[in-house]
Write a protein that binds this ligand. Structure first.
Ligand SMILES: Cc1ncc(C[n+]2csc(CCOP(=O)(O)OP(=O)(O)O)c2C)c(N)n1
Ligand SMILES: [Mg+2]
Length: 803
């Protein structure tokens, strides 16, 4: 199906000018009298309440961090506290008119946003719903301490619950939102629409678009807000997230009923500083973050700068921008100007800014200014304001004391395996929604399905080896497993570069293009960080996704998203969230240094990721099926050396559904003298080696394919080594630090008494991957003959040189 937009030479070479329209800067000009049409007295008091709640919450943290005591209560908080004193109005303005269905993502400095959004949600949800949430969330673990002796309203109880959960989380207590595994910089509470906050600057910039994507694809209500700092606009993944959110296909190619552009606000909490780096005139050249919108799309992202030192212009902006998003005209960029009166962290001496500057912003303090505005215009009495302030300050202080009470708010006990237990969710979920999955073609009529039906699913047929063109291969296997899940789970989507019309860079998806609507299979911008990040955001919202990174070498472009986001959110949520993401990664061959590396060791080192590498059609289908039924992030390596492989080491690849358990090694050939353990296409090298050993030396080598690096069942490996007493481990990755070294080390411990010699690890040379013509120097190949010195002296020499 060719693209609907034809690129015409005459058009693209026509002379014209690109024109920009004005970007509003502090355009808000309503008087308080005018605002009375939109706000009730109660609204104003609520805004005031939330401002005061944040200020006291942060002040207590500041005092205990800097002085070890607040109001006579001593406490030593070991962890971080990036405070937002000064930024309250921006947070409250952002959250005030959002509903619980609107989801916010944030940064290391998001306590204020968390509280503002929580307070806003509490006011909007019914008492019954609030009680349901509090009672069911972690079986009432947060509710129990705060309901003791409390006799007020449900909303009041919810406020206690929320402040207590936040403090407990910051203080790493069992009673925190996420049992203290998130902590200050990663705290969140999804039932109120507070989604993960991120200690990686700009981390939310690539994740939040995935959440917005989920809302579009699954026709869910609400918008998504990525609250990120001004300095984060220098981060590549933020720009990628913006690009991903602004892809024109949402409006040009996707079904209109989905609602158009992604419903996301990139909300810059612009306090003019990174830590000590000043974005204005030093580390950035844009002056106005809003200006960035001008480069993104013709709508300039509906960008504008608003005064975030006053909650009302921010509320006004969010109301207008929500309208823009509901009309399908997203994404939106807001440059919300504010100021961090507090240091970056309590240890910050503010040496990078003058005292006068801080004093001027203190004088203009948003909370005092708001109070004066209300009082001066007699909108609310000073008395009413004081009552609200006193009450909320007392509640926050009480919750602080409760959260540091070791008895009421314990930490996990020493020796607990709690962290390990929440690393993986290990669930089996057929579908995340009961809707009928959307297709645009009857699958029986799909060309690829018909083609595969004509293929031979056994290694030999009528006594002959099956010719390549006729053999069911690894590509077909992945296709079939994915098609199955697409047909069962309506939330399942796939995206990445060249995924659609091209059929996937390696033709795995050929046929899916005709079968699936755009929103279930689409091309993304060349934005690996956004591809992986959006997959994370999509999964955090409750959908299943297969993202593709093309070459393993491109993982570097998505390093944070894979290593810090995909891997960690299940554990940092203490098991509240699942991460049903399969990240397909192809390992190249014959493409040189930047396209032919096996980086399985990199991801295998990161806790929280499952890492698999099937190389036969049977394993590829069964393992993709298992990955797509699970709820954990799976890095699914595929080898370009074996995409066309029909070699199966098993009688037949079933047409029907089956799963191969992730982490179960497979004995591909039995033997008794030696164990050869492989990961990836080195399986074929090992099979060839075992045949050669048999022919030349009458040695019987058992060949075991790990099929996965994480998790891994050592039992069959131990069993084999006990039998043979000798083990050689090989894979295509460079030898230094390969997965095989971990396995060898563990086998040495597990089988020491049975080994006749130390395990031997083979891998590629510790070099860059050379050109195709030179690859025989590099890979442990099928017809390998030792042509180099491999004695101990030589090994030591090379190690000393780092090669
Ligand atoms: C990727 C990354 N680089 C650097 C840091 C260290 N760091 C923490 S906060 C910060 C400044 C962030 O500034 P900004 O995004 O404007 O947010 P603000 O602190 O002003 O709220 C830096 C450099 C980090 N956490 N993550
Ligand atoms: Mg900043």
């Amino acid at each position: 199906m060719p693209k609907s937009i034809v690129i015409e030479p005459e058009r693209v070479f026509a002379s014209e000018k690109i024109s920009f329209s004005d970007i509003p800067v502090n355009a808000y000009a309503k008087t308080i009298e005018e605002e009375l049409a939109d706000f009730s007295t109660e609204d104003f008091l609520n805004i005031w309440h939330d401002l005061c709640a944040i200020r006291i919450f942060e002040t207590i943290l500041n005092e205990i961090k800097t002085k070890g005591v607040y109001n006579g209560v001593a406490y030593n908080h070991a962890g971080p506290a990036h405070l937002s004193i000064g930024q309250e109005a921006a947070a409250v303005g952002m959250a005030f008119s959002l509903t619980a269905e609107d989801h916010i993502f944030g940064s290391h400095r998001s306590h204020g946003e968390i509280l503002a959004k929580g307070c806003s949600a509490i006011r909007q949800l019914s008492d019954a719903r609030l009680l349901e949430i509090m009672q069911s969330y972690r079986d009432g673990a947060i509710l129990r301490p705060v309901e003791r002796g409390y006799e007020g309203s449900v909303q009041g109880l919810a406020l206690r619950f929320f402040i207590y959960g936040a403090y407990s989380e910051i203080f790493a207590r069992e009673t925190g939102f996420n049992r203290g595994l998130g902590g200050s910089m990663h705290a969140f509470f999804a039932p109120f629409g507070v989604f993960p906050n991120n200690a990686i600057v700009g981390g939310s910039g690539s994740i939040a678009p995935g959440a917005a994507l989920f809302k579009r694809v699954n026709r869910q209500p609400g918008i998504v807000v990525a609250n990120i700092g001004d300095a984060s606009f220098g981060c590549g993944p933020v720009w990628e997230g913006i690009t991903f959110s602004a892809m024109d296909q949402y409006r040009q190619l996707w079904d209109e009923s989905l609602g158009g552009g992604l419903p996301i606000v990139f909300n810059c909490m612009n306090n003019f500083y990174g830590m000590g780096g000043q974005t204005l005139g030093e580390t950035m050249g844009v002056q106005f973050i809003a200006r960035i919108g001008a480069g993104v799309n013709p709508e300039q992202m509906h960008a504008e700068r608003v005064n975030g030192y006053d909650p009302l212009p921010v509320i006004d902006a969010f109301r207008r921008k929500k309208q823009v998003l509901s009309e399908g005209r997203g994404p939106v960029l807001l440059d919300t100007v504010t100021y961090r009166i507090s240091g970056h962290s309590p240890s910050d001496a503010s040496s990078y800014r003058s005292k006068e500057e801080i004093e001027r912003w203190k004088e203009a303090d948003s909370i005092r200014a708001f109070r004066n505005k209300l009082a001066d215009h007699r909108v609310v009495s000073e008395e009413a304001l004081d009552t609200v302030k006193t009450r909320v300050e007392a509640t926050v202080f009480e919750m602080f004391q409760l959260a540091i009470d070791a008895e009421m708010s314990p930490r996990v006990t020493a020796g607990s395996e709690m962290v390990g237990e929440v690393m993986f969710s290990n669930q089996h979920v057929e579908r995340f929604d009961s809707r009928t999955p959307e297709f645009v073609q009857d699958i029986a009529e799909n060309g690829r399905v018909q083609q595969i039906r004509g293929k031979i699913r056994t290694p030999t047929h009528e006594g002959q080896a099956v010719p390549k063109m006729k053999a069911y291969n690894v590509r077909d296997a992945i296709f079939e497993a994915m098609l199955h899940r697409f047909r069962v789970d309506p939330t399942m989507i796939a995206f990445g570069e060249e995924n659609r019309d091209w059929g996937g860079a390696f033709a795995v998806y050929r046929g899916l293009t005709e079968a699936l609507p755009y929103h279930r299979l689409f091309n993304s911008s060349i934005s690996e960080a956004a591809i992986a990040g959006a997959a994370v955001g999509y999964a955090l919202e409750g959908g299943r996704v297969v993202a593709e990174l093309m070459y393993a070498d491109f993982m570097g472009r998505a390093g944070d998203e894979i290593f810090n986001q995909l891997a960690k959110w299940q554990a940092m949520s203490a098991g509240q969230l699942t991460m049903p993401v399969v990240l397909r990664i192809s390992v190249g061959s014959k493409y040189g240094a930047q396209h032919s590396q096996d980086w399985s060791a990199l991801v295998h080192h990161i806790p929280g990721l499952k890492v698999v590498y099937p190389v036969t059609p049977y394993d590829a289908k069964g393992m993709m099926a298992a990955a797509l039924a699970g709820t954990d992030p799976v890095i699914f390596f595929e080898s370009q050396k074996v995409y066309d492989s029909g070699e199966m080491f098993a009688a037949e690849v079933p047409e029907g559904y089956y799963e191969v358990e992730l982490g179960e090694p497979s004995v591909k050939r039995g033997g008794s003298d030696l164990t050869l353990i492989t990961l990836g296409p080195a399986l074929y090298t090992a099979i060839a080696a075992s045949s050669a050993l048999e022919e030349r030396f009458r040695l019987s080598a058992e060949v075991i394919d790990l099929r996965a690096a994480v998790p891994l069942n050592y039992a069959p490996l131990v069993e084999s080594v006990k039998k043979t007493g000798r083990v050689v481990l090989l894979c295509d990755a460079v030898e230094r630090g390969s997965v095989m070294h971990t396995v060898a080390s563990n086998l040495t411990q597990l089988c020491f008494d049975y080994l006749d010699a130390p395990p031997v690890v083979l891998g590629s040379r510790n070099w860059i991957t050379p050109a195709a013509e030179l690859e025989t120097l590099f890979f442990p190949l099928k017809d390998y003959r030792p042509g180099t010195r491999q004695d101990l002296e030589e090994l030591a020499r090379r190690a000393r040189l780092g090669i």
